[in-house]
Ligand binder design. Structure first.
Ligand code: GLN
Length: 446
């Protein structure tokens, strides 16, 4: 059913980069066989899943939507992929994204842009745009994405589905091609909150292969979905509903808060005073980490190698010039500059300090509140091509998701209405490792 749905819809959506039909049929037969032989039923038995193309899959191309890795056939699978296999999901294929997860519209894919299933003239968001569009179009039951500054939550909002960014360290990053290692997290994109809880259950947990993996007990997420939010205290940051927020988005968020009120929760305006510095801080830190992480793509170790270089330096230069797209080059240059001697203290070190202040803003609010709620993105999806020439405007779309990433805390985007036929997302933010409360509130609301 998944493949026939893809055949019927993907010419216009373009969510997939690689399909895995043979592998999927073999896996399905294997799980079936195991069950018939008296084996245990996997937590996600038989569910067709799509995987973002920056998560490595053994024997299945993993391109990061980059020309650099167009031939990269990994020799191992990411921890999350192994965990999904033991939960008995079937990998349908690999999903389109912004190159190396840098972007918020899918237009930075070096292959083709994915389109929003609600209106194919619009972007699906990004960078996990293929992951969001494939779930919204009913091609897969759920997908995995990665979120560094909003890349699960924002495309989920634009495509009218549920996207969860777990607490930093809850889900292993082993086998996720690194963009900004101190921010990257893998999470589920699903049609509803219950599915999100199930997929999180399957992928969360300590992994010795990831040095930043958190060694914490994994609670039962599904049992948190009680429908009861009575007495929950919600803080609503005034910075998330001010300048630059589309009035229709604001209206939808206020309506959602009223719904929480009618369910017995309370809400109050709060302040996260360093929000105005978050975008600048993020783009310095993420670009710095990216410039370091992407140094491994040198034409020698992975992917495509430039032809006929005169010498070694020329090999690096040519491979990188040919392999990376312009947004990736922009980030590498920005990051290299911010890390260079003489500028490090002024940019990188300063940004690290501001990151701490942003985290403290959240800590202060969470002394008195259980959750923070606001929009996921300032506007609904925009037209394909509308913002490509203007990276700064594109960066400002991340204003509501980036602070959460810098603080390392969990947040979910759930649909909360429409503006001109395009979905709007509500962002529910929780304390570190308190995914249960985040999921409970999201479930009671949806
Ligand atoms: N849009 C942000 C960026 O371009 C976030 C990307 C992400 O979360 N991977 O960096």
């Amino acid at each position: 059913a998944s493949y026939s749905r893809i055949a019927a819809t993907d010419a216009s959506i373009q969510a997939f980069l690689t399909l895995n039909e043979e592998g999927a049929r073999a896996a399905a037969a294997e799980f079936d066989g195991a069950l018939t032989a008296g084996g245990e039923l996997g937590l996600l038995f038989g569910l067709p899943a799509g995987i973002k193309d920056n998560i490595v899959t053994e024997g299945l191309l993993t391109t990061c939507a980059s020309q650099f890795l167009r031939n990269y056939d990994p020799i191992y699978s990411a921890t999350v992929v192994k965990k999904l296999k033991s939960a008995q999901t079937v990998t349908i294929g690999k999903l389109n994204m912004d190159e190396f997860a840098m972007g918020g519209s899918n237009e930075n894919s070096s292959f083709y842009p994915t389109r929003n299933p609600w209106n194919t003239d619009y972007v699906p968001g990004g960078s996990s745009g293929g992951s969001a569009a494939s779930v919204a179009a009913g091609q897969v039951y759920f997908s995995l994405g990665s979120d560094t500054g909003g890349s699960i939550r924002q495309p989920a909002a634009y495509c009218g589905i549920v996207g969860l960014k777990p607490t930093y360290g809850l889900v292993s990053r082993y086998g996720l091609v690194a963009f900004a290692s101190s921010l990257d997290q893998i999470g589920p994109l699903t049609k509803n909150v219950e599915d999100s809880a199930y997929v999180l259950q399957a992928i969360a947990g300590y992994d010795a292969n990831d040095s930043t993996s958190a060694n914490v007990d994994i609670p039962d997420y599904v049992s948190a979905l009680t429908g009861d939010v009575k007495g929950l205290r919600i803080g609503v940051p005034k910075e998330y509903l001010g300048q630059g927020i589309d009035p229709k988005v604001k209206e939808a968020v206020i309506a959602a808060l009223k719904q929480f009120e009618s369910l017995g929760a309370t809400w109050e305006e709060v302040s996260l005073p360093h929000t105005e510095y978050a975008v600048a801080t993020y783009y310095l830190l993420a670009s710095s980490e990216a410039s370091s992480n992407l140094a491994r793509f040198d034409g020698v170790r992975y992917g495509v190698r430039a032809e006929n270089p005169d010498n070694l330096l020329e090999l690096y230069r040519k491979s990188r010039s040919q392999g990376f797209g312009s947004e990736v080059k922009r980030r590498i240059m920005l990051g290299t500059y911010a890390l260079s001697s003489g500028y490090y203290d002024a940019y990188y070190l300063k940004a690290q300090k501001v990151r701490t202040l942003i985290k403290q803003d959240f800590d202060n609010v969470f002394k008195d509140f259980d959750l923070i709620i606001g929009p996921t993105a300032p506007t609904p999806a925009f037209r394909i091509g509308e913002q490509v020439g203007d990276p700064l405007t594109m960066y400002l779309n991340d204003i509501c998701t980036i602070p959460v990433s810098l603080a390392g805390i969990p947040a979910i985007s759930v649909p909360c209405g429409f503006a001109d036929g395009l979905p709007i997302g509500l962002q529910i933010i929780g304390k570190a490792f308190d995914e249960r409360t985040v999921l409970r509130a999201a479930h009671a609301f949806e």
